[in-house]
Design a protein around this ligand. Structure first.
Ligand SMILES: [Zn+2]
Length: 243
């Protein structure tokens, strides 16, 4: 889109300082997928963009594409501020897991409306998320459900209803990312999962993001491990926010 202005709707994935008064934005747009943009003079006190371009906010932007890789932001309006997420440490930590997963599993510039709508929904649900005790952001049911849905959207839905290696009915007691899901004792591989974990995983995968169940304890830890191993297996992806 060089040399012209386009209107996009976007979620700000990352924002960082550039030069004296500028900011670089990493955006997920509904119309063009991942886009990098520069916002000039945004850090001046009288900037017309003010605080509208904070990370996780949802915005309508006018972007002017130049010759470089970065478009220039020439107009911005807020759709949703995400203040409720950014000002709450627990929600922010869950958001960081979700955004990093989106960023690493979907590096492409292609438009992907299901991905965009999924991220918007994730942030909407996150805005009212309570902090559980104990609180492990990467094992929050919302983070796990979003991770499982992203894995599925990337084309790597884990098989949970039969052995991913031989197709047999089980008993299914292990999760093997290389095989692509749960496996039976005869096939082996992967790591052992507790009886409730597979049901919890299937439930998180099925449920809309707005109605995923309460914290899942041991199952939460095992589902996080299953996700980590699946990301590594399929995309060579390792999440910093999982460490
Ligand atoms: Zn098997």
């Amino acid at each position: 889109m060089p040399g012209r202005s386009v209107k996009v709707e976007a979620v700000v994935l990352r924002s960082f300082r550039f030069a004296e008064a500028d900011r670089i934005l990493h955006l997920l747009t509904r119309e063009h997928g991942r886009v990098g943009a520069i916002c000039k003079g945004v850090r001046r006190t009288r900037s017309r963009f003010g605080g509208r371009l904070e990370p996780l906010s949802r915005v309508e932007l006018v972007l002017h594409a130049g010759r470089g890789e970065l478009s220039t932001v020439t107009g911005a309006a807020t759709v949703a501020t995400a203040d409720e997420v950014r000002t709450d440490p627990y929600r922010l930590a869950v958001a960081t897991v979700g955004v990093e997963t989106v960023t690493k599993l979907f590096p492409e510039q292609h438009p992907n409306e299901r991905l965009y709508d999924g991220l918007v929904r994730f942030l909407e649900v996150l805005a009212t998320l309570p902090t559980p005790t104990p609180s492990v952001p990467a094992q929050d049911p919302l983070a796990l459900a979003f991770g499982l849905k992203l894995l599925t959207l990337a084309g790597w839905a884990p098989r949970l209803d039969a052995c991913a290696a031989c197709g047999g009915g089980g008993p299914l007691a292990r999760y093997d990312a290389a095989a692509g899901g749960v496996v039976c004792g005869g096939c082996g591989g992967g790591f052992a999962v507790a009886p409730g974990t597979l049901e919890a995983m299937a439930a998180l995968l099925r449920a809309p993001l707005g109605s995923v169940g309460p914290p899942t304890g041991a199952a939460g830890r095992q589902i996080q491990r299953a996700l980590a191993e699946s990301y590594a297996q399929h995309g060579g992806v390792q999440l910093r926010s999982y460490r």
